[in-house]
Design a protein around this ligand. Structure first.
Ligand code: SAM
Length: 278
């Protein structure tokens, strides 16, 4: 296979910053990402942002089927060439943000997501799968190192936040590898990491996903305030009612939301649900 840089040049391709076009070319890294994503001959992969198709090709070499969504039509001739030997890979030239996820799931059945996207899109994308997907077994994404820390953070650390708690309710996030900026073409100005979020285990059960989401939002509403104050403000509770909830959780009155583990947040959301919060 022709070097990807030569292929891009031969097609007159110019990189667009707004689409976060930093491509991976290192064969060992590409193989490693496929293996991190847990892809085998039975797997259907949903890839978002195939770029020049280097990762797509590595995925298609292992998976049953790869369906990829690429926003940039200019990559059509490049992808036609990089994927020529892979009839099990299909690229759809669409902005993934506009894709109807339930309809796509009806078409794909069970699947895993693999994505190396512009960083500003990755967190909303991960949240979408965590909160809305029904048939997704895992999400493997390349993110900026700081974002990787946030996805996998422990309660009480500065990196822990609403995103961490949302992910932890649905699955387990772990950093599978660090990726230095030198492995991208063109080279970005940050280092990255691959994070795998395993969604196959069912996560922490809650009585209402909506109330859990609202509880998380409340817990991180104002990091300077106590959880008791945030509960009073969000759910219009008296101080006594808020204190009662915290004592049922065995959490002190002065506790701050960011010290609660996802399990404690789930319990709090169930207690709020039982009190009639919807
Ligand atoms: N996966 C390739 C790789 O690893 O070499 C390319 C990665 S590059 C960081 C991101 C790719 O996502 C680009 O090809 C870009 O055009 C595409 N992209 C950006 N926003 C997108 C969106 N909303 N929907 C689909 N593709 C998108």
């Amino acid at each position: 296979m022709e070097d990807i840089r030569t292929l891009l040049q031969a097609n007159g391709f110019t990189f667009k910053k707004k689409y976060g076009q930093n491509f991976l070319t290192d064969a060992n890294l590409l193989r490693a990402i496929v293996s991190d994503a847990g892809v085998d001959g039975e797997t259907t992969v949903l890839e978002i942002g195939p770029g020049a198709g280097t990762l797509t090709r590595a995925l298609a070499g292992r998976a049953k089927r790869v369906v990829a969504y690429e926003i940039d039509e200019r990559l059509r001739p490049v992808l036609r060439q990089t994927l020529a030997e892979f009839p099990n890979a299909e690229v759809r030239f669409l902005d993934f943000a506009g894709v109807d996820l339930p309809a796509l799931e009806r078409e794909l059945g069970r699947y895993v997501v693999v994505a190396n996207l512009p960083y500003y899109i990755t967190t909303p994308l991960v949240m979408r799968f965590v909160e809305e997907a029904a048939l997704c077994d895992g999400v493997t994404v390349m993110v900026q190192e700081e974002v990787a820390e946030r996805f996998c953070a422990e309660a009480g650390t500065p990196e822990y936040g609403a995103v961490t708690a949302a992910i932890a309710r649905r699955g387990r996030a772990s950093v599978t590898r660090r990726v230095p900026r030198t492995l991208f073409y063109p080279r970005p100005n940050v280092d990255s990491a691959v994070v795998r979020i395993d969604l196959s285990g069912g996560g922490i059960p809650v009585k209402s996903e909506k109330v859990y989401r609202d509880t998380v939002r409340c817990a991180f509403l104002n990091r300077r305030k106590t959880l008791e104050n945030n509960l009073m403000q969000t759910f219009r509770l008296s101080r006594e009612e808020a204190a009662e909830l915290l004592s049922a959780l065995d959490v002190g009155e002065k506790a701050r939301g960011e010290t609660l583990t996802p399990q404690q947040l789930a319990r709090l959301s169930d207690l709020l649900f039982v009190r009639g919060v919807r």
